[in-house]
Design a protein. Structure first.
Length: 175
């Protein structure tokens, strides 16, 4: 179905708006996937806060023109699906990576974060990035560790005194 100029402008504006606020992007070739598989991928993406869109490459090049993902313009060839992370940087990579494990026809072509293009093999690194909540919990654990160690150390002094007095008492009773 051919798109008129207004529809094309709307698509470019929508993708540009999403790309402007996205944290990372993944482009994958979907050639050979069935409609049911694509629907499953879209559902998975929606559940994880990932914007997923199949866009004509000429429109996609215009959409990412003034964003951090302008570095992807040269690689936009062939049937590609674009995934933009909205909530945390690794969410798009996790969705695409997990789906590609089960469906070998989905092949990662480009990965971009922070205005830099990464190798497609770096999707594992991006997918392993913690979510916001995980990062906060890791930070809190690091901040809490020295305080816990200090509390244990301070608590050990009276405990050692009690054990020493108990040992002296036991030694006197035994004698």
């Amino acid at each position: 179905m051919a798109l008129n100029i207004e529809q094309k402008k709307a698509i470019v504006a929508e993708v540009n708006d999403v790309a402007s606020s996205a944290l990372s992007a993944v482009a994958a070739e979907y050639r050979g996937l069935t409609v049911e598989q694509m629907t499953l991928l879209r559902r998975e993406a929606r559940n994880n806060g990932v914007y997923l869109r199949v866009v004509r490459n000429t429109l996609a090049k215009r959409a990412v023109e003034d964003t951090d993902f302008a570095c992807m313009q040269e690689g936009l060839t062939g049937p590609l699906i674009l995934a933009f992370s909205q909530e945390d940087p690794g969410s798009a990579a996790r969705v695409i990576k997990d789906f590609a494990k089960e469906h070998k026809l989905l092949e990662v072509k480009m990965v971009s974060i922070g205005g830099k293009m990464l190798a497609p093999s770096d999707i594992d690194t991006l997918a392993k990035m913690p979510t916001y909540d995980q990062a906060i919990s890791l930070l809190m654990a690091v901040m809490k560790a020295p305080i816990e160690k200090l509390a244990r150390t301070v608590n050990e002094v009276p405990g050692k005194l009690v054990r020493t007095v108990a040992a002296i008492k036991d030694a006197k009773e035994a004698a």
